[in-house]
Design a protein around this ligand. Structure first.
Ligand code: URA
Length: 212
């Protein structure tokens, strides 16, 4: 039994296989990016599993019928900059009608408090289901700050999606936002003294963009 029964760990073999490839240090930037795109598409299936549908009348070649559709524009993917952007394209492939919001935060080196430098959401947030994207749930501090800020816009629901999570980050996030479910592909052992997840995959942003 997991220490975190409320966390939805996406154990699909394709997700786990691709994550294993991504963890390896010699993988090229382009392969890392491609795999992240592939994984995000697969994770989108799980994260959107209980999306509300409405019935619409359509005509098949044989007769009319009532058939379910998703209201794509009710979904807003909220990217936590910058690594969250790597998750976005795959998610949009699966939900092309979704809107996209961005949150930029940095940690003040003196106070260690998360400071917002960018925040842009679509209108009518109270009608939208927000899916927050950040590949690494490490200390949880920026995830908590991002969701604190997002809640000010009163979205209809919020989910949080990460690729790799640390136990410390999950505890911090769940303490602050027990109402926001976490979806992740892995819960790793711990954070190291530099705030990296171990075994982890390194700095997701650097690996995605080839920066260092
Ligand atoms: N952010 C990353 O990109 N990697 C970590 O291990 C922790 C935070």
């Amino acid at each position: 039994m997991s220490d975190f029964p409320d966390v939805r760990v996406i154990t699909h073999p394709l997700v786990q296989h691709k994550l294993t490839l991504m963890r390896q240090k010699d993988l090229s930037t382009s392969s890392f990016r491609r795999l992240l795109g592939e994984i995000s598409k697969l994770m989108a299936y799980e994260v959107t599993r209980d999306m509300p549908t409405t019935l619409t009348e359509i005509e098949t070649p044989l007769e009319t019928m009532l058939s379910p559709v998703i209201e794509g524009r009710k979904t807003v993917f909220v990217v936590i900059m910058r690594a969250g952007s790597g998750f976005l394209d795959g998610m949009l492939d699966v939900v092309p009608g979704a809107r996209v919001g961005h949150i930029g935060l940095y940690r003040d080196p003196k106070s260690l408090v998360a400071v917002e430098y960018y925040f842009k959401m679509p209108g009518e947030m109270h009608e939208r289901d927000a899916i927050v994207l950040d590949p690494m749930l490490a200390t949880g501090n920026s995830a908590v700050a991002a969701v604190d800020r997002l809640k000010e816009t009163r979205p209809r629901s919020i989910r949080f999606v990460s690729l790799v999570s640390a136990p410390e980050g999950i505890r911090t996030f769940q303490a602050a936002h027990p109402d926001v479910p976490i979806y992740t592909a892995a819960i790793d052992r711990q954070l190291n003294e530099h705030g990296y997840i171990v075994p982890g995959l390194g700095d997701a942003g650097d690996r995605m963009f080839g920066t260092k």
